[in-house]
Design a protein around this ligand. Structure first.
Ligand code: QUE
Length: 335
């Protein structure tokens, strides 16, 4: 059955190994895949032969590019809420199970890691990124919001870096992911198979012996401006602060924020600020509630159309301008 092949779970020495195996779809997660990963973790929880868990993506391009958002858009268009409820409930339960897993869990990230891919890695204690890793939380570009526990982990990254990443969808290299706190170790692609073999043979101690020197933080120069601008209380204030910065980074960042859903900027900033005082479980519950209201906003269907379905990259947001987003409309989405 295809759903069995899309996740391969096997024991290798001291390790339980999960391979996310849908490389043609950049290993994007659907509900059967989420169930298969959850089932493997459950089976290994009390298996004395399994001392740690490893998770990898098949192929050279992606660890995991997110969720099967195209199918969720189609169900939304048909007025069928049940598939999204099931998908997000089980995806977020898996995110939490990973955070609370009683054995070491190591994600080997050697390619694209976005959205749901971050969800099956960032909550674990060990996230190894290669020079081919590319991290992003790009959901504002599809009229959605950074979910999978992002309202817990983004506000806990250094300064305002997480808020910057969550609003802009900016891409982060493997080395920068370590500096930013999304990853914990930097290991080149060429050393990944040896690391996996050593983890299977020796256990978690092998992590320390396969690291490479970490390149400098690509965002170091922008860090003061990130903290100055992304600490703003509102989106208009944030944009006004960026406009006073005279740098290529500020101009690129304004352009990035100008392309995503204006409404998504508002609901994402509110969600991320509220996450500061919440537990992971509380964040996931708030995110689940927000999936129901934001998916019914026209920007979700339009954003997925423009970025994932038609790929014209020309979404027609409603409203189209930040100035026209109504505070009451955003507040209503939070119930
Ligand atoms: C923004 C996003 C996503 C995206 C593109 C964006 C996203 C997502 C996918 C995606 C990737 C691979 C697939 C697929 C969907 O693309 O969240 O079906 O095979 O899951 O610009 O947030």
């Amino acid at each position: 059955m295809a759903t069995e092949d899309s996740v391969i779970a096997r024991r290798d020495g001291r390790a339980g190994r999960v391979l996310i195996n849908r490389p043609k779809a950049l290993n994007a997660l659907d509900l059967p895949m989420i169930r298969a990963i959850a089932a493997a973790l459950e089976a290994w929880r009390d298996d004395p032969q399994v001392h740690l868990v490893m998770i990898e993506g098949a192929g050279e391009r992606a660890f995991c590019a997110g969720g099967d958002i195209r199918a969720l858009r189609q169900h939304q268009l048909e007025g069928n809420r049940a598939p999204a409820d099931a998908f997000f409930a089980e995806e977020y339960a898996l995110n939490r199970a990973i955070a609370e897993y009683p054995k070491p869990y190591v994600a080997l990230i050697d390619g694209i890691c976005m959205g749901g891919g971050i969800g099956v890695s960032v909550h674990a204690p060990y996230r190894v990124a290669s020079e081919h890793a590319m991290f992003a939380m790009p959901e504002t570009a599809i009229g959605f919001f950074p979910d999978i526990g992002a309202s817990f982990f983004l506000p806990r990254l250094p300064g305002q870096v997480g808020v910057y990443l969550g609003l802009t969808g900016a891409r982060v290299s493997g080395a920068d992911a370590v500096h930013a706190g999304l990853a914990t170790h930097f290991t080149p692609r060429a050393a990944m198979p040896a690391l996996a073999a050593a983890l299977a043979e020796e256990g978690i101690a092998a992590l320390a012996t396969h690291a490479a020197p970490l390149p400098a933080f690509g965002l170091a120069e922008a860090r003061p401006a990130i903290d100055r601008c992304f600490s703003a209380a509102t989106i208009p204030e944030l944009l006004a602060r960026l406009a006073t910065e005279d740098s290529a980074w500020a101009r690129e960042t304004l352009a990035a924020l100008g392309a995503v859903s204006p409404s998504a900027l508002f609901w994402t900033l509110r969600l991320l600020r509220e996450g500061v005082d919440r537990t992971l479980a509380q964040c996931l519950a708030a995110e689940f509630a927000l999936t129901r209201t934001t998916m019914a906003h026209p920007d979700f269907v339009e954003g997925v159309r423009a970025m994932v379905v038609d790929k014209d990259r020309k979404p027609r947001w409603s409203p189209a301008r930040v100035e026209d987003v109504q505070a009451a409309t955003i507040a209503a989405l939070f119930g």
